[in-house]
Design a protein around this ligand. Structure first.
Ligand code: ADP
Ligand code: ADP
Length: 228
């Protein structure tokens, strides 16, 4: 699904954030990137949907170079969930979820149906939550809306950057269970960035360990726990 071939990123100030990374993410896989702060995880993730240009190497999605995609085609087909809750405060929950479906010019009836379906999936009763503003939801509920918003237009791929780090431990555990159920049901490819090993072991089909911009190890949770 995603292939990194000798990918490096040097920022304009000379910081070498990612160094010669080779990664193969399989179709339908829950792929976790873990590493300490500053190890290049976010940079790696943001290069996939061209939020950051790469300096060297090639990234392909479904065998096509990301540079050959139309930027809208690429962005609209990749769901992106951030650490900071990024809902638009002046818009209702429905309007927030409808952003990408609207851009893709889905018809309104289909969008409304999709919104209700997603809210239901996230355990948020549509009649109660549809017309609320983000400030009328708890942090955990907002983060759940952030996740379903990323799924709204049925993307092929979902990128998540420490999506649960800002919520309390109990809510985090619940959100982890939810995202795991969800991914197993919809069988989407997910690339998930975290610095929390427990989270990585719980969620990942495979885990990629980054350190100082390099890939140190890639393996299943079992591989990682095995002593050499
Ligand atoms: P994370 O929590 O993902 O590790 P960081 O704290 O590394 O995030 O970075 C937060 C934001 O600051 C990012 O958008 C990143 O691009 C930016 N940033 C990080 N380091 C630098 C830097 N040395 N110079 C300029 N911007 C930076
Ligand atoms: P992580 O997500 O693992 O915390 P990042 O990818 O955010 O790591 O950062 C990797 C390295 O690149 C860090 O040294 C960080 O300070 C640096 N960096 C991140 N964003 C920028 C930026 N916009 N300009 C310069 N350096 C940056």
């Amino acid at each position: 699904m995603i292939t990194f071939q000798n990918v490096s990123k040097t920022y304009p100030d000379g910081t070498r954030a990612v160094k010669n990374v080779n990664i193969d993410v399989e179709d339908g896989e829950f792929f976790v990137i873990i590493g300490p702060s500053g190890s290049g995880k976010t940079t790696t993730l943001k290069m996939i949907n061209r939020l950051i240009p790469l300096t060297e190497g090639t990234i392909r999605i479904q065998d096509k170079k990301i540079s050959d995609y139309d930027i809208h085609e690429l962005r609209w087909n990749i769901g992106y969930v951030l650490q900071q809750i990024a809902l638009f405060p002046h818009m209702t929950i429905s309007e927030n979820i409808a952003i990408v479906p609207d851009l893709k010019k889905w018809d309104q009836e289909k969008i409304q149906h999709r919104i209700d379906e997603l809210l239901q999936m996230a355990g948020l009763a549509p009649d109660t939550y549809r017309n609320r503003k983000p400030s009328e939801l708890s942090g955990g509920e907002q983060q759940r809306v952030g996740v379903i918003r990323a799924l709204a237009a049925d993307p092929d791929l979902i990128l998540m950057d420490e999506p649960f780090s800002a919520v309390d431990p109990i809510t985090r555990e619940k959100l982890q269970d939810d995202i795991l159920d969800l991914q197993q049901n919809i069988k989407k490819t997910v690339v998930f960035v975290t610095h929390d090993m427990q989270e990585a072991l719980k969620l990942g089909d495979r885990i990629c360990v980054m350190r100082d911009g390099k890939v140190e190890q890639i393996g299943t949770p079992y591989d990682l726990l095995k002593r050499p």
